[in-house]
Design a protein around this ligand. Structure first.
Ligand code: 5GP
Ligand code: ZN
Length: 128
C-alpha cells in the first residue's frame, strides 16, 4: 500500500512503514546500486560510498528502523543480527581487528535516518 511518500508492508498483520525517500531502503530494494558484501533475508551489508578507513562497510537491517532510539523490544534480535553479520564479514575478509560504530540522531552524527552499523578496519582517517 502507498500513501504519499510512504509504502506500507503488511508483516504478520502489522503494518510496517517503508519511507520511499530513504536511500538505504532504495539500496535494499536495489533501486540504487551499491557494492553488496553480505545479504540475507533480514540484513544487507555494503561498502560505504565515502569510506573513512581502508575497509568501511555499512551493515543495515532490511526493516526501516530510524535509529537506536526508535528500537522496540521486538527488534532486539535485529541488533544481535547486525553484530553477528559484522563478525561473519570480518572472518570472511580476514580482518584482524575492527571498530563498530553506531551514530544516533543528528547530534550523534547520524546522517541517514535508517539504523546502520559501521564496520571499519585499517587505520580510520576519522570516525564516521
Ligand atoms: P551516518 O553518518 O548516518 O552514521 O552514516 C551514513 C553513511 O552512509 C556515511 O558514512 C555515508 O558515506 C554513507 N552513505 C550515504 N549515502 C550513501 C549511498 O548512497 N551509498 C553508500 N554505499 N553509502 C552511503
Ligand atoms: Zn529506510
Amino acid at each position: 500500500m502507498e500513501i504519499g511518500n510512504s509504502r506500507f508492508a503488511n508483516t504478520g498483520g502489522k503494518l510496517e512503514i517503508i519511507t520511499m525517500d530513504c536511500i538505504f531502503c532504495k539500496i535494499i530494494n536495489k533501486e540504487v546500486p551499491s557494492e553488496v558484501v553480505y545479504e540475507d533475508d533480514k540484513i544487507i551489508a555494503f561498502k560505504d560510498i565515502n569510506p573513512k578507513a581502508p575497509v568501511h562497510f555499512l551493515i543495515v537491517p532490511k526493516k526501516h528502523i530510524v535509529s537506536v532510539n526508535h528500537l522496540e523490544m521486538q527488534d532486539k534480535a535485529i541488533m544481535a543480527d547486525l553484530v553477528f553479520v559484522a563478525q561473519k564479514i570480518s572472518r570472511e575478509k580476514n580482518l584482524k581487528g575492527y571498530k563498530l560504530v553506531i551514530n544516533v540522531g543528528s547530534d550523534g552524527g547520524q546522517a541517514i535516518d535508517h539504523l546502520h552499523l559501521h564496520l571499519l578496519s585499517g587505520k580510520p582517517t576519522e570516525l564516521p
